[in-house]
Design a protein around this ligand. Sequence first.
Ligand code: NAG
Ligand code: NAG
Length: 394
Amino acid sequence: MATDLRRDIFRGMYNPVYRNPYASEKDDNPKNSHASFPPGWLSCIRLPRRQAIISFLNVLLLVVFIWHIPSLPGHSFLPVPVPHTNLTPQKPDFTPPTTSTSAEDTRRRLLTLSKNLSKIAFPKKIWQTWKTIALPNDETFTRRQTWHALNPTHEYDLLTDKSALDYVVNNFNATDPFIVHLYANFPQRILAADLLRYLIAFKSGGVYSDIDTECKKPIDTWVSQSIAHLPHVKQEDINIVVGMELDILDKTKYSDKWVIESGFAQRIQFIQWTIYAKPGHEISRRMITSVQEKVREDIQKSAGKCISGLKYSEREILDRTGPFGWTNAVMGYVNDIMGREVGFEEYTGIKEGKVFGDVLFLPVNRWSPGVGHSDAGGDETAFMIHHFGGSWRD
Ligand SMILES: *[C@@H]1O[C@H](CO)[C@@H](O)[C@H](O)[C@H]1NC(C)=O
Ligand SMILES: *[C@@H]1O[C@H](CO)[C@@H](O)[C@H](O)[C@H]1NC(C)=O
């Protein structure tokens, strides 16, 4: 109807009512150029009628215009052609077009995720793994007892090679069979052992700790003690705890050569022999995704295009499933949730605890005392001790 009206109005340009009554009346309209009506007389009787018609059309135009306003996108006064297919009703949304980058979207999403996770507590569960139910020696048994003794209300689960495979299959085969394939078939089993801790952290949460660790302080005190000096941080805001393994920004003390020869990739590195997380944390998810992507690529590039042909160097293992990869996953997450690049200098020299987003970073001393670098200090203020069993990884 609106289109018809517009057409009629345009047609009106050629309608006699718009013409100069003295101009071409005679030529165009023989009826009106009747000899008995002199021009003066004509204009006398026609002008009021013409004004009435013009006024009427103006009012009509105004009504049509006002009637159209709500449907004019972005307050534009130009009529916009409406496609005749897929007519979905447009929401009257007059907020300026969103300029948010994907980084802002990511940040918002991560903040929502972490707020959601804040509603649940850390599961009171301790996870360890060993080949079999029988621990390798008395020392290991004694160390395991420290976890029980200091955390009597925590559940404890020792996953053996067999029960760990069941755990992975039961929890991941339905949703992510490639993970199960990797876990079951890595020819170098250290990759599977590494992967398992991320799968546990993601699926179940609680504390994962290598079998060669010894508990020194009750788990329930770890977070509260570490944020006691941060009045603006609430305990429930913390969804994952990350221990500092390496903090050696001082190049005069630690040369680049020392870093490489000591088997590190960069001067700040995080621990993955212990992970304390709520289930479903984005860092664990990203780490698992990163392992899948890297290994899938490695398999494609390998001669047999098959996982059994993978033969990694020590550094490649550290990068794929070990602390290099973990450190990158953690730092990438922190950058994303903070919405900026958090530099090494912000991770260095942590004395009690430092929080970025929902991640609590512990000083080197807490999970890695007595290592002889990074100002690690002794056992007195440590939460746990890592005895660097090493051989269990073979
Ligand atoms: C947050 O939790 C609510 C329910 O508690 C759920 O509906 C929503 O999808 C969650 N959001 C995210 C981003 O996980
Ligand atoms: C995993 O699931 C697939 C079907 O989705 C099944 O064929 C396979 O046997 C399962 N693997 C194990 C180890 O249960």
